[in-house]
Design a protein around this ligand. Structure first.
Ligand SMILES: [Zn+2]
Ligand SMILES: [Zn+2]
Length: 148
């Protein structure tokens, strides 16, 4: 029972990912489909290495992952997040799912949260005449585990 429910959800995700790629006129290739699925499914920041570890062995190399991610960024499907020094993270760009991140300064663990109080500022900027107003704001701290 459970597995068939999972299957149904995976099928829905696959359909959605294919329609996202087609909507941007990107040819459906296995690496594109698999990489976008990982980001779409989990909605959290991934490094290239995180993505590589999630993909089946020998599915594609790091250069392919970079190439796919750059195409996704150009097409606004994915955005980059600079949370750690010298390490870029990639996250699915979901207009309906706005979130912020906090990084532990000691263990580098990344948490995501949805509270946002900046809508008022964005609305004021829209009133001023700006379009496609967005914001990025990242937080840094020391997590509970690292305080012990
Ligand atoms: Zn920590
Ligand atoms: Zn926000």
């Amino acid at each position: 029972m459970v597995s068939s429910a999972y299957k149904k959800k995976d099928l829905e995700i696959e359909k959605k990912v294919i329609s996202l790629l087609m909507g941007k006129n990107l040819t459906i290739t296995t690496p594109r489909k698999m990489i976008l699925t990982i980001l779409y499914k989990e909605r959290s920041p991934f490094s290239v290495l995180d993505i590589l570890n999630k993909l089946p062995k020998n599915c594609c190399d790091q250069a392919t992952i970079y190439r796919c991610l750059n195409q996704f960024i150009e097409n606004h499907l994915v955005e980059t997040i600079h949370l750690q020094k010298d390490l870029v993270h990639f996250e699915f760009n979901a207009p309906d799912h706005h979130q912020h991140h906090i990084v532990c300064k000691i263990c580098n663990k990344i948490d995501s949260f949805q509270d946002c109080i900046l809508e008022k500022i964005e609305n004021n900027l829209i009133k001023k005449g700006y379009k496609e107003v967005r914001h990025k704001l990242e937080f840094f701290g020391i997590c509970e585990m690292c305080q012990e």
